[in-house]
Structure formats: structure tokens, C-alpha cells
Ligand binder design. Structure first.
Ligand code: SF4
Length: 234
């Protein structure tokens, strides 16, 4: 296993080469490559919508770090899923929190910032803590899939995260919803109970609603305000 420190230039070259080589590889092989290449300097980020990528990563790298952003606005079901993942899977769950509690943010910016300026709320409660939390890693994996929404249709399996100067891996980028469900069924993977209660994508409670017939999976996120991403993946 190679764990030598890489320069940013090394990482960019690795990302670009792997992006070409691994486009057709299985999700597990992509994660095995990440485990072999980065060892403990690789982590998975999870929204605790399901534990599919965490499960796959634990097969490639037992004890892998799984990073969860606790914005303070999650559904109880999401926190419960996080706790269950930590209890039963061979992963090391790391919970990141924003600098300010919700109460402190309310005191500085006023209540319900998410209704008035969701970009600022996401910047404070998601983007900044993740930025800080990823500092010790060379590569991170996400559960992004191309079929989730038009904004994710070109997601590379392995790409270069220029903003953070890290390798960004989307091992299930090519999967469909059916692929996810088949993997969950085959391996008994934990999923957020809200997925069986009309939610197709689970984020913070104030900014997430159930999806309607025919809507894409992320239509219930920031519905009606034209926002489609929190900023982590932009
Ligand atoms: S999803 Fe909503 S509540 Fe969560 S950080 Fe973004 S704006 Fe705030």
C-alpha cells in the first residue's frame, strides 16, 4: 500500500489517469484502487441517505473513514442511520460540525437563514466544515450518480477536485437507482428510513420534501427556489 505524501501535481495526474483507466471499472475496483493508492489518506463522505458507498469502501479498506456532516438540521432518521452505520459496519465514522451551533448562527444571522439565504447557510454549515475536515486526506469518495439529476450527468468516476486539490471519486457514478436497490438488497445495507417514506434524496429537514411522481431524485431538495446543490460538489 502506498501512503507516501503526494504533491498536488501528483494527485492531479493520478486523478486524470485513473479517470481514463477506471471509467468502465466496477465500483469495488475503483475503491480498491483508491485504497491501494491512498490508504488512510482516503475517506468516504456520506449524507447517510444510504450506506452503499460506505459498505463498498469498507470491503476495499476495512475501517475506512466515513465522514458525515452534521449540520444541526438533520432529520432524526438521518442521525439514527449514522449511529447504526457506526455500530454495525467496519468503518470509522467521523462527524464534522459547523463552527457555530444553530442557536449561535440564529443569533448572528437571524432565524431560518436557510429560508432567506440558503447559499450562505450551506456555506457555513456544509461547505466550510467539509473543507476543514478533508484537509488530512488526498482523496475522497462520494455517492454522486449521473442519473440523479441533470447537474450530475457528467460526474467523472475519478476526477480532479481543483478547489480542494484532491482526488474526487464517485465509484457509483454509472449506477442507476435499480443498481443501488439491488446492492442494498444483496448485502443488507443500511438505508435511511425516509427513503421508504416518499423521500428520494435526504438532506437537511428544512430544505427537503418528498418527491412527486415523475420528478427526479433530487427534486425534493430546495424545492421551488432554483437551488440544486449545496456547494460541496461545485
Ligand atoms: S441544506 Fe438547508 S438547512 Fe442545510 S445547510 Fe443548506 S440551507 Fe442550511
Amino acid at each position: 500500500m502506498t501512503t507516501a505524501p503526494y504533491t498536488a501535481q501528483d494527485l492531479q495526474q493520478l486523478a486524470e489517469q485513473a479517470g481514463r483507466d477506471l471509467e468502465e471499472a466496477s465500483a469495488l475496483d475503483v475503491l480498491r484502487w483508491a485504497a491501494d493508492t491512498f490508504g488512510p489518506r482516503f475517506c468516504v463522505t456520506s449524507s447517510m441517505e444510504d450506506a452503499v458507498v460506505s459498505h463498498l469502501a469498507s470491503r476495499a479498506l476495512p475501517g475506512v473513514d466515513v465522514v458525515f456532516l452534521d449540520t444541526g438540521y438533520h432529520f432524526p432518521e438521518t442521525i439514527g442511520t449514522r449511529d447504526a452505520v457506526a455500530a454495525v459496519m467496519d468503518v470509522n465514522v467521523i462527524t464534522l460540525t459547523p463552527v457555530q451551533t444553530v442557536a449561535e448562527q440564529d443569533a448572528q444571522y437571524g432565524e431560518k437563514l436557510h429560508d432567506r439565504d440558503p447559499d450562505l447557510c450551506c456555506a457555513l454549515r456544509k461547505v466550510a466544515p467539509l473543507e476543514a475536515g478533508l484537509k488530512g486526506y488526498d482523496a475522497w469518495a462520494t455517492g454522486l450518480r449521473r442519473d440523479e439529476s441533470p447537474t450530475r450527468a457528467n460526474t467523472p468516476v475519478v476526477g480532479w477536485d481543483a478547489r480542494r486539490q484532491k482526488v474526487k471519486i464517485a465509484p457509483i457514478a454509472r449506477w442507476t437507482q435499480e443498481d443501488v436497490e439491488a446492492y442494498v438488497a444483496e448485502h443488507g445495507v443500511l438505508t435511511n428510513p425516509l427513503l421508504t417514506d416518499g423521500y428520494a434524496s435526504v438532506g437537511c429537514a428544512p430544505c427537503t420534501r418528498r418527491v412527486l411522481e415523475g420528478e427526479d431524485a433530487r427534486a425534493g431538495r430546495w424545492a421551488g427556489i432554483g437551488k440544486t446543490e449545496c456547494g460541496i460538489h461545485q
